[in-house]
Design a protein around this ligand. Structure first.
Ligand code: UDX
Length: 443
């Protein structure tokens, strides 16, 4: 099938590549000429396992191409994905400017019938807005003869496993009222709909809300566990035992109940906020969502609070090794990353940071530039040298079994603040560390 994808961010680029991989003919469009040029040269703008080779391969095979020329791309596709950003505007609601601009461009150039597929996470009612926008433009052009449908087909990929998630989706949600559209969407996704039927067809608004409900439910699990972790610390319980104790109930499950330093990334914070704003806008008080957001906001400061308490608020002139800067492992993404809240709090208190991350060093440099109180380190070991303590913010695999003797030698004092519960408190005690973790007693 002939597919056009608007937006070459995480969602658009991955979607375009996996569709090209199964044989569809895909053109990706972006307004960023620089990015398109770099993509043509084989520079993939994001770090995502498997994406680099997939994009290069499909590009070389001529099944995936990149352009800034919207008219040409619209001529090409029968199916048009909208995968552009929906950044939060000042009050936290999703800004639909880019989505509607794409809708309007499609309507401006289309000369044949089209299926328009909303892949971006968009508030309930957006498909109706896209539909109205396209219809209005077509009427202006006197082309009411052209037919189109707007489908909600939300994406559930996770950063760090985006390619695999798209290639093997748990479910494919198709929101449309048209049986013909369902047929076309089934054909498009047939290569991914193996083993059992993963396609769930529903009305457009339910599909739109499904995406928010999924992310908000997951964010709720995390905030809930962080709340119980805070309680555990105060009650002398061990959250790791509690986690296993409740996870063994299949109704709760072991997934997504890891306490930590709060959720970050491009989705959870933005989507929880957007659904709160949607609720507010219709006069509904989303009490649970507001609590989820508030808990997360506070959780991001807990690691700093433990540090401040340990040093009795005297952090001026101290140096901290920080391991893990991306919001989670296997990505270089630092959007809403807890590491930023931590480092900024340390700096505000007069401390310095020696930072290391396996992938996010460039991103850290881009965000913070050069500053006296930040040293970017090439290895996790070099970050430790002469630091007063180690702070772990992201649970990269390579942090799980460090050389503890070396750690002790390099740090000026054997103190570890662990925001991800990577180590056993008893073992750390035996090794002679002061060890602070989440939801467990400090030693
Ligand atoms: C998320 C959803 O998982 C995905 O389905 C959706 O399409 C986009 O948003 P992503 O933001 O890439 O994906 O990351 P995810 O792996 O879900 O982690 C989100 C955040 O939650 C991270 O900051 C992570 O550290 C945190 N988290 C996750 C926890 O603190 N505890 C957990 O148990 C799980």
């Amino acid at each position: 099938m002939k597919v056009t994808v608007f937006g070459t961010g995480y969602v658009g680029l991955v979607q375009g590549a996996i569709l090209a991989d199964v044989g569809h003919q895909v053109i990706c469009v972006d307004v960023d000429a620089d990015k398109i040029e770099r993509l043509k040269q084989g520079h993939i703008p994001i770090f995502e396992p498997g994406l680099d080779s997939l994009v290069k391969e499909k590009f070389a095979a001529g099944r995936l191409s990149f352009t800034t020329d919207a008219a040409e791309a619209i001529k090409h596709g029968d199916m048009h994905f909208i995968a552009v950003g929906t950044p939060p505007d000042e009050d936290g609601s999703a800004d639909l400017r880019y989505v509607l601009a794409v809708a309007s461009t499609i309507a401006e150039h289309m000369e044949s019938d089209k299926i328009i597929i909303n892949k971006s996470t968009v508030p309930v009612g957006t498909a109706d807005k896209v539909r109205a926008c396209v219809a209005e433009k077509l009427a202006e052009r006197g082309r009411n003869d052209l037919k189109f449908d707007v489908v909600s087909n939300p994406e559930f990929l996770k950063e760090g496993s985006a390619v695999a998630d798209c290639q093997k989706p748990d479910r494919i949600i198709i929101g449309t009222e048209s049986a013909d559209t369902v047929e076309l969407m089934r054909e498009l996704y047939a290569p991914f709909n193996r083993n059992h039927d993963k396609i769930i067809v529903m009305d457009v608004r339910s599909a739109e809300l499904t995406k928010y409900a999924a992310n908000c439910m997951l964010a709720t699990k995390i905030s809930f566990m962080n709340e119980i972790a805070n309680l555990s610390e105060r009650l002398g319980a061990d959250i790791e035992m509690v986690r296993q104790g409740i996870g063994s109930d299949p109704r709760i499950g072991y997934h997504f109940i890891y306490p930590g330093v709060g959720y970050g990334g491009s989705c959870f914070p933005k989507d929880v906020q957007a659904l709160i704003r949607t609720s507010d806008s219709i006069g509904f008080d989303a009490k649970v969502l507001k609590a989820v957001e508030a808990r997360n906001y506070e959780q991001k400061t807990t690691l700093f609070e433990k540090i401040a308490e340990h040093y009795e608020n005297d952090l001026a002139g101290k140096t901290f090794a920080v391991w893990g800067l991306s919001f989670k492992p296997n990505t270089d993404d630092m959007r809403e990353a807890p590491s930023r809240v931590l480092m900024e709090a340390l700096w505000a208190a007069g401390a310095s940071v020696k930072a290391y991350d396996p992938e996010a060093m460039e991103e850290t440099q881009r965000i913070y530039g050069t500053r006296d109180d930040l040293t970017l380190c090439g290895t996790k070991e070099s970050a430790l040298k002469e630091a007063d303590a180690l702070v772990i913010v992201t649970e990269w695999q390579s942090f799980r079994a460090p050389d503890f003797e070396l750690l002790k030698q390099q740090l000026t004092h054997p103190v570890v603040f662990d925001g991800r519960n990577l180590y056993e408190p008893e073992r750390m005690e035996r090794k002679g560390f002061s060890y602070y973790s989440v939801g467990r007693r400090a030693i």
